[in-house]
Design a protein around this ligand. Structure first.
Ligand code: PMP
Length: 374
């Protein structure tokens, strides 16, 4: 039997998708070829790619004025490609960043090579004086964001995968004095887990390896009026406008990963789409948070208003029990629960493809472990 997989990414994929891909691996739809063996210019692959894009558009209810780009390099590449493509919107080459944890900090650090980047708000300004609550467990409220009206964009991470902090209540930047400034969102770890309000953003991007498919594919959803501002030094293959014009086939895209993403989109459609999966995600996350909050043995420090439904970090009262917890969990069929080293303890990632029964099994195990070691 397959264990329940709580990995933060690359992470669990729907078993139906894996089995379909296995069945079609050497002979896709009677073509006598694997998708891996097909030209990216063939009619078959162009159809796979366009169908995947159409399904993604429907699932996200993406407005028509957004382009969908299937790229490579992961979300980390976008940290550089974003300023390379958009900083030209600002004469002063400036952009603003909201720092809410490890991933947004990385985005900010990388972007600094390309212009005048400022911190518009940071979780380091947390008002908490409780030493048990780290700064990253809080999200800076929008009233406190200091935006510059001449900036090329404002960047935020909608789900900090390491800290377990999620912020999706995206503000109307016009009301914050930055009407011409598009919001750019790294949604690597919560895309497709809940509906997004695309009227509030200029661009959303995500590495595929959590809710979309295998690693190697990076999805960029960008409002078309933001295309065409790339710096001359931007490589063509990473130029959003050129990739959009070539329908993501400017060069060889990650063909197999796009095919797999298409199967995941089919699966998600069969689950009832994003609203239906959101209900399940809400249920899964509340089950785990409620259990943790009612226990003195486990602890999650994140402000309940911004707790992530996708990544739930938790620590044990006695960190000496960490290894035993992981070993016993593995023996009970619950794997990849080790927390990120910067936070310690455990982390349970509850992406779309992880069913409620996996979270029930985790809570049962945690309860039993607490009884035996608490
Ligand atoms: N942003 C977020 C929110 C992430 O979770 C990750 C990866 N875990 C990254 C960026 C980096 O993604 P990649 O490894 O695809 O470059």
């Amino acid at each position: 039997m397959r264990p329940w997989n709580f990995s933060a990414g690359p992470s669990v994929l729907p078993i139906d998708v894996l089995e379909q891909a296995a069945a079609e691996l050497s002979n896709w739809h009677g073509a006598g070829l694997s998708v891996m063996e097909m030209s990216h210019r063939s009619d078959e692959f162009v159809d796979i790619c366009e169908t995947a894009e159409a399904k993604l558009r429907t699932l996200l209810q993406l407005p028509d004025d957004f382009a969908v780009l299937f790229m490579q390099g992961g979300a980390t590449a976008i940290n550089a490609l974003l300023p390379l493509n958009l900083i030209g919107r600002s004469q002063a080459k400036q952009a603003d960043y909201i720092l809410s944890g490890s991933w947004s900090n990385k985005s900010f650090t990388e972007a600094q090579r390309y212009g005048d980047m400022a911190v518009a708000a940071s979780s380091q300004d947390s008002p908490s004086t409780n030493p048990k609550i780290p700064a990253w467990a809080w999200f800076p409220p929008t009233e406190a964001w200091q935006l510059r009206s001449q900036s090329a964009y404002v960047h935020l991470c909608s789900n900090e995968t390491i800290g377990g902090v999620e912020f999706t209540d995206w503000p109307d930047l016009a009301q914050l004095g930055a009407s011409d400034v598009p919001l750019i969102v790294d949604a690597s770890s919560n895309i497709l887990s809940r509906p997004f309000d695309f009227s509030r953003v200029g661009m959303v991007y995500a590495g595929a390896q959590k809710n979309i498919g295998p690693a190697g594919l990076t999805v960029v959803l960008i409002r078309r009026d933001l295309l065409g501002h790339a710096l001359p030094m931007c490589p063509d293959v990473f130029n959003f406008e050129k990739v959009a014009k070539a329908h993501s086939r400017l060069n060889t895209p990650p063909t197999f990963a796009i095919y797999m993403a298409g199967l995941v989109f089919d699966w998600l459609e069969k689950q009832g789409g994003v609203n239906a999966i959101e209900r399940q995600n809400r249920q899964k996350a509340s089950l785990l948070y409620e259990f943790i909050d009612n226990s003195d043995f486990y602890h999650n420090p994140v402000d309940p208003k911004v707790r992530s439904r996708m990544n739930v970090p938790f620590i044990l009262a006695d960190s000496k029990l960490d290894q035993r917890f992981l070993d016993e969990a593995k023996a009970a069929g619950l794997v990849q629960l080790k927390g990120h080293k910067s936070v310690g303890g455990m982390r349970a990632s509850l992406y779309n493809a992880l069913p409620l029964s996996a979270v029930e099994a985790l809570v049962d195990f945690m309860q039993d472990f607490e009884k035996r070691h608490g």
